[in-house]
Structure formats: C-alpha cells, structure tokens
Ligand binder design. Sequence first.
Ligand code: 5GP
Length: 195
Amino acid sequence: MQLLEERIRRDGKVKEGNVLKVDSFLNHQMDIRLFREIGKEFRRRFAGEEINKILTIEASGIGIACIAAEEFDVPVVFAKKTQTKNIAGDVYKSQVESYTHGRVYDIIVSKEFLGEGDRVLLIDDFLANGKALEGLCELVEASGAQLVGAGIVIEKGFQPGGDIIRSKGIHLESLAIVESMDDQTGEITFRRQEG
Ligand code: 5GP
C-alpha cells in the first residue's frame, strides 16, 4: 500500500533490536484519515469473504480494528491481556510472548463474544515473530469459530512470523512488508506486492 509505505519512510523511526517506531501516526498519535485508507484496503483485500467479526489484541490493534470494522460493518472484539492467575468466568485463554516487552502473558476473550458460527478476521498493527497472531488463532480455534484470515498493517518480512502464519494456510494480508531496515542510517526498504 503506497500511501502507508510513504508514511513509514517519512515518519517511521528504526530503533535498536529491529523495532520500528511509528508513534506519530499509528501507535500513539493516530492518523485517522490514514486508518480509514487502511480499513478500505483491508476490505478490498478480503472482498468476497464472509466476515461477521473482527478480533484484535489490546492495545495498539484496537484503533485500527475499529476503523476497519466500519468498512466491514461488523463488531470488534479485542483479546485482553491479563496477569490474573485465576480468571473467573467463561473465557478462552492462550499465551503470548511479547515481542516488545519480552515477557509472556495470557490473553483472554469471553465465551460470550466468540463462538461457533462466527467468521473471524484477525487484525493487528505489526507482525514480527507471529506470537500475537498465533495466540489469537488459538482463541478462535478454541471457540469453534471459523478463521477467515489475518490483516496486518506492517509485517517485518525479515522476521519469521509471516512465513509461520502463511505455512499454516492462513490467508494473511500485510499492507506493508518491510524487507530491511537499518538503525544506523534509518533506511527502510519494502517488499514488492502484487496488485
Ligand atoms: P509478534 O507477536 O508477531 O512477534 O509481534 C507482534 C506484536 O509485537 C504486535 O502486536 C506489536 O504490538 C509488537 N511489535 C512487534 N514488532 C514491533 C515493531 O517493530 N514496532 C512496534 N511498534 N511494535 C512491534
């Protein structure tokens, strides 16, 4: 997605440890006009797919998922991160190892909001090692819902998450795929995508 790539090149900051900071338009301050274009692009890429729910993970996926959900005209459910040992009530639970914080945490979704009959699109801001998406996939599987695909704003193509998710046969669409980034020069290159 040209507009997104241009914005990443202009405003993205490459940090040590293969972290791309996009706080000025995606992860802290949010450019809603850009979000709307992102939502439309997800709609285009999943055109023809029957989707009745979007599932994301707190916190940074929520804003993007909400704007995308307007395009799909479906509700958004976000998986909550929790450190509570004994989670009361009826929830699906899985574990995620955080890329940016390096620790493992539980994610939960209430059984009330995900279940058989749901056709789910996963949405998140970044794809790195694929742990967040895998955790969300596990929740969908546990619930008996159907996974339709996953939409990612920025995939770091030099990390393994994309290959892991695609090798499972999951329809993955990443709007920008970073091929390389250099924290010394700040240079960012992107993988060419069809269409
Ligand atoms: P994964 O689980 O695929 O390893 O990492 C995905 C999650 O880690 C995303 O939800 C995102 O919040 C965070 N993340 C991974 N890499 C980056 C990065 O380069 N920049 C930012 N801002 N977040 C990242």
